[in-house]
Design a binder for this molecule. Structure first.
Ligand code: FAD
Length: 343
């Protein structure tokens, strides 16, 4: 007789953990867009669970941001305002976030998958001894088990893996920018402010910020661009890829690239769109000489309008576009440039 398979023993989560929390990332006193996007998505999760949505805001002289967070959906804001938090340092921010989490016990804690968010989320999860799903692109709630479902591309982008954190609390995830939408701010919406202190002095910290050097670039940043002109292997060589840069210049757009174009050395990694590049959601996205592999489209499928140019009528990119042009990029793109020059 076959032995009955032993079922995993899942300990039910501690019900004293309640509420959805968003780590509010601010730089130089400005809230990063991904934090507002996460408040938008967090609002849906909190409403589904019937709990409060809160923002955790750390920094120095950042109290003026609290009203904005209410307007974008937060019911409560936990604020730690202290000189040691003026510049981001993981050792200080980790102490602040871990202390408030231990005190107030949220069941879900989300971070933007930015340089800061990725760094902080991993150290906070380690300190709390809980799980973290990194770089997620979809969130939902399994209502039967009251569990966060955090999904992300896996197996080279061929499948979406949904990851659950069954036994530990809070359930943590970092979420890619541009995946979710912020709600329209509600003017005059008010919430509750809880101010906390941090038990740290400058002398306790090993890292000191001596100088902050801003990157000077006249390029439009991919993640912020309203229009992106992206090129792929179909451009054949660096000279061919120059057509992408010419069209982008004409439109005041950012340049994007497929991974194959980056690997060929025609574009920089900072220009790569997709699973291992940047996730973008511009108003207008040109995909030129790009086949439309899932690892690419996962990074641009939230674009409002997609124009694809490909000489293969069966190219996968045509399944993801608003307007598709079957033809040779070397004939079509120069015509586009010529026409846009007239405007
Ligand atoms: P191809 O697939 O070679 O497509 C070129 C296209 O150009 C073809 O459709 C062809 O019909 C068309 N073409 C050719 N000549 C012309 C012409 N004259 N005019 C018009 N069209 C023409 N890819 C990414 O882009 N971003 C990622 O972040 C990414 N991450 C990855 C992560 C993993 C783990 C793996 C395994 C892969 C990843 N990839 C990523 C690679 C991805 O799978 C594809 O290989 C890649 O996107 C293909 O690039 P491409 O479309 O430029 O090239």
């Amino acid at each position: 007789m076959a032995k009955e398979e032993e079922k995993p023993k899942v300990k039910l989560p501690d019900s004293e953990y309640q509420g959805v929390w968003i780590f509010i990332e601010q730089r130089n006193g400005k809230i990063t867009p991904v934090s507002l996007e996460l408040l938008g998505e967090g609002r849906k999760l909190a409403d589904k669970l019937g709990v409060e949505l809160s923002g955790v805001l750390l920094g120095y002289k950042v109290g003026h941001l609290v009203d904005t967070l209410y307007q974008y959906g937060a019911d409560t804001v936990y604020l730690i305002d202290d000189p040691v938090l003026e510049q981001y340092r993981s050792e200080a921010y980790q102490v602040g976030v871990v202390d408030v989490v231990k005190k107030y016990k949220p069941e879900i804690l989300l971070f933007g998958a930015t340089v800061i968010g990725r760094d902080l989320a991993s150290t906070v999860a380690t300190e709390l001894g809980t799980g973290l799903t990194a770089d997620t692109t979809r969130l939902d709630i399994d209502m039967k088990n009251r569990l966060l479902e955090a999904s992300r591309p896996a197996m080279g982008g061929n499948i979406m893996a949904t990851i659950l954190c069954k036994e530990k609390r809070p359930q943590m995830a970092s979420v890619r920018p541009k995946v979710f939408k912020a709600i329209k701010p509600v003017e005059g919406r008010k919430g509750k402010l809880i101010e906390e202190t941090i038990n740290l002095n400058e002398e306790d910290l090993k890292t000191k910020v001596i100088e902050v050097i801003q990157e000077v670039s006249d390029k439009i940043r991919l993640g912020d661009a309203d229009i992106i002109v992206a090129g792929g292997k179909g451009l054949q060589d660096e000279k061919g890829f120059q057509l992408i840069r010419d069209l982008a210049k004409e439109l005041g757009a950012a340049v994007g690239a497929s991974r194959d174009a980056v690997e060929a050395g025609w574009a920089e990694h900072s220009e790569q769109v997709g699973q291992t590049g940047t996730t973008v959601a511009p108003k207008l996205y040109f995909a030129i000489g790009i086949s439309g592999a899932v690892q690419h489209t996962v990074g641009m499928e939230n674009s409002e309008i997609v124009v694809a140019i490909n000489r293969d009528p069966n190219a996968q990119i045509f399944e993801k576009c608003t307007y598709g042009i079957v033809g040779d990029a070397f004939e079509i793109v120069p015509k586009f440039i010529e026409e846009f020059k007239k405007l």
